[in-house]
Design a protein around this ligand. Structure first.
Ligand SMILES: Cc1ncc(COP(=O)(O)O)c(C=O)c1O
Length: 354
């Protein structure tokens, strides 16, 4: 069975928007565009013309990079847009729900709320290093569970979901839910993407982003990878011309120049280790969790005081709050930025810890 059949019936019936034809070397009088070339910026495709409905070359480039067929990938405005598209495609408002683990990325809950889909969250425990319990996730699924979200490595805990556990989820919900693996931080982990599982599990969707390891957060570009039938359906839901010409060309060029994340990832991983080691030397740091991402989650004696102190030193950290009220998420910066943080914490230690 294809999980296309699990989508909202009106989405299954939806036909893609019929955009004005775009043919090279023709006079375009079919899209109510301006005939005058806009002076702003210099792009291969002039800005007075709409971009491609779906950016083909970029789609091919990202598919090659992420190890799937072009038809198995939809380019999105960051992976955030993909989360929204998936929930709107599969969840009937007021009827269906999503299941995920907590603490995790808040956008799953956010877009479920926008769509009127209920959310069931399975708590992971600090004392178990926030291990994701797939048995507990499966136990929470019911007939209305259309989408399961797992984030690996997880934001904000840095936890990885072992592939064998993911396979249990995919098998457990094979006919009944889309299982989305958010791999926003996978480049920083020691494990490969789970995209290779796509052939075996038709209910798998993988989210990738260019915002983290690849350094293109400002371009707003990501992708969802899934079986071709699922991608066609998500594409029908996405706005036409979703990716703007400047973004498409900038990312196309970067892919052509073969943006190499490997070195910056290596630096981030080395800095993550250094930061973790140095942080653990401060008496006011209670715990640092193992992280497979480009951040660390740490528990402090007085997280609010640390936040305040660092802010005064013009260093911004992320206080998550809620069940993690004593914890702060620290993004791994450059070596000099991390040095600044460590100096600030040294000053804190001198002034607050007698
Ligand atoms: C786990 C996770 N998924 C997705 C995103 C969204 O990233 P973007 O929309 O920039 O691709 C983020 C951003 O912080 C994230 O932490």
């Amino acid at each position: 069975m294809s999980i296309v059949e699990l989508a909202r019936p009106e989405i299954q019936a939806l036909r893609p928007y019929e955009a004005a034809e775009q043919v090279d070397d023709t006079i375009r009088l079919n899209a109510n565009e301006s005939p005058e070339v806009c002076a702003a910026g210099k792009f291969r495709r002039p800005l007075n013309r709409y971009p491609e409905v779906r950016p083909k070359r970029l789609q091919n480039g990202l598919a090659e990079r992420f190890g799937c067929a072009p038809g198995e990938l939809l380019v999105t405005r960051g992976s955030s847009e993909a989360i929204d598209l998936i929930i709107r495609t599969f969840c009937r408002a007021g009827v269906d729900n999503i299941v995920t683990h907590t603490p995790s990325f808040s956008m799953y809950r956010h877009y479920a709320a926008v769509q009127g889909a209920a959310v069931t969250e399975v708590r992971t425990k600090a004392e178990q290093d926030f291990r994701i319990d797939v048995g507990a996730l499966l136990a929470e699924c019911g007939p209305e569970t259309r989408v399961l979200f797992v984030c690996s490595p997880n934001n904000p805990t840095g936890t990885l979901l072992p592939v064998a556990d993911l396979e249990k989820l995919l098998e457990g919900r094979s006919e009944s839910s889309a299982v989305v693996v958010d791999e926003a931080y996978v480049e920083f982990a020691d494990t490969p993407s789970v995209t290779a599982l796509l052939d075996r599990y038709p209910n798998l969707l993988v989210l990738r982003t260019l915002s983290k390891a690849l350094g293109f957060a400002g371009a707003r570009c990501g992708a969802v990878i899934a079986q071709a039938g699922v991608i066609s359906m998500l594409s029908a839901v996405q706005a036409p011309y979703a990716l703007a010409t400047p973004v498409v060309e900038c990312v196309e060029d970067a892919l052509r120049d073969n943006i190499e994340a490997a070195e910056s990832v290596q630096r981030a991983v080395a800095e993550r280790k250094r930061l973790a080691q140095q942080l653990s030397g401060f008496g006011f740091v209670n715990k640092i969790w193992p992280s497979a991402a480009n951040f660390l989650l740490a528990e402090f004696e007085d997280a609010a005081a640390i936040m305040q102190h660092c802010e005064r030193q013009k260093i911004l950290l992320r206080h998550i709050g809620g069940e993690l009220a004593d914890c702060i998420r620290i993004s791994v910066g450059s070596a000099s930025e991390n040095d600044r943080l460590l100096q600030a914490l040294e000053t804190f230690s001198e002034t607050h810890c007698g």
